[in-house]
Design a protein around this ligand. Sequence first.
Ligand SMILES: Nc1nc2c(ncn2[C@@H]2O[C@H](COP(=O)(O)OP(=O)(O)OP(=O)(O)O)[C@@H](O)[C@H]2O)c(=O)[nH]1
Length: 346
Amino acid sequence: MAKRQIPVIVLAGFLGSGKTTLLNHLLSRSGGSRIGAIVNDFGSIEIDAMSVAGQVDSMVSLGNGCLCCAVDTSELDVFLDRLARPAARIDVIVIEASGLAEPQEIIRMILASDNKSIVYGGLVEVVDAAEFDATRERHPELDRHVGIADLVVLNKADRIGDEAREDLLATLAALAPGTPVVPASYGRVDPEFLFDRKPREERVEAIRQLSFEDLCAADEDHEQDHHGHLHAGYESVEFASDEPMHPRRLMDFLDSRPKGLYRVKGFVHFGVAGHRQKFTLHAVGDFLRFYPSPWARSEKRATRLVMIGSGIDARALRDGIEACRDTAPQETGDHSMWGVLRYAQS
Ligand SMILES: Nc1nc2c(ncn2[C@@H]2O[C@H](COP(=O)(O)OP(=O)(O)OP(=O)(O)O)[C@@H](O)[C@H]2O)c(=O)[nH]1
């Protein structure tokens, strides 16, 4: 009997479009299939990796920098080998690209892999319905990403009205003729769109596969070096503290964040009595939310944040966030949490 190859799916999409949310949805709805995940965080604090760990059958994390800029494929190969070994009993591998990655480069690496147990399984491009027009204006490269996708997920459909949704569907259909576009909220797509939950052999053929020729042809249009990459001009600032954060100072910092600071993610520890849960924080453009949840028993109370933007003053941001530490939490009253709670969603 021919040995089954494990499909490797690339999950891409601009910063904050909902890739991790979608991956978590897939992990919780994978039925009998075992998913191996490769998560590529842009910053060195691996927020995305932490968000999926615990749900996944097997995960490896490639922190700090875009996978698409790896000089050779060996690093990815090591991880693919690890997930594809028979003992891992993985049915499908999902690579969550960083929000600034060039999906084409990652596809190229998968196609170039020597591992005979895997096969490229398609590109899923997650689009943020609320931010798409504005992001596309700044990054026309996104059109190309949508154009090479095998499945486009129009995520955050809950954030726009019916008319805007129809307009976006028409735009996406023009950018990717013939490619299925699935509107979704919180990444809730049927996993069958991505892989058969079992049996799965037929699935690999069902997903259109890009050939090397397709990739090379697409590549002629843009520069080979990394200046053409989405992440050119972007930088990230990381912050870690075991001390609690001062809620009002942090809100002032977040409310006055510069326009170029497009993405903030991580989790925050406040020392205020009654509010010592873990506050997961997500900012995407103008959107800002805290998601309170209990800390895991083994988890250390701490704050870890990654801020990603272009044209940002990294030094000023670092100074600004440093000044939000709460050096006297016992004196910080309950009312100082109001600003945070205004943005909290359970
Ligand atoms: N309203 C709404 N919010 C969503 C939806 N999907 C994701 N979000 C929120 O959007 C924020 C970013 O989601 P993530 O899944 O972390 O996005 P990501 O693409 O993995 O982000 P990066 O890895 O930084 O590029 C979080 O606050 C999510 O809860 C959705 O369909 N609707």
